[in-house]
Write a protein that binds this ligand. Sequence first.
Ligand code: NI
Length: 184
Amino acid sequence: MAVRPIRIYGDPVLREKSRPVGDAAEALRLLAEDLVDTMFDAEGVGLAAPQVGEPVRMYVVNLGAIAPELFLDRRGPSLEGEPEHLVLVNPRVVKREGAQTGDEGCLSFPDLYEKVTRPEVVRVEATDLDGRPIEIEGSGLLARVLDHEYDHLEGVLFIDRLSKLRQQFIRGKLRKLKESGQAD
Ligand code: NI
């Protein structure tokens, strides 16, 4: 169990396309534990492996931060009961429907919150650390998190979803963040 430093915008690992996870080796379990610990320590709603410097296709979600009515469907042993968090391995987005616009942040962009448009409903299929299937479908904040964290695995960051005009408007803030990210 360990809290790891979160990589900040400007760190090249955030722009990598993550590689699929193969066998659930012990190292992956440790990485998953570290992701969960780091997410809770930072009070985040989700965290993707590249954000702790590991470009592999895995992310975690803080289920306790999400209102129960936003879960439209949930299947898989790791979603039974009232789990505090969920580890998604090799996730695939199999449905995106509708649109919602709301405030969004990212632990790799401290103190930056912007209005981002995302699908209203997102469904993800993945496996847990034991290779057992997971299916999760959510709306609102849950859809937003599932989509945002998936983007990280593709090297896509939430600022990429802003209009060019908005990106121009915040370029000074982004430059400062980038300098701090590269300095680490
Ligand atoms: Ni993020």
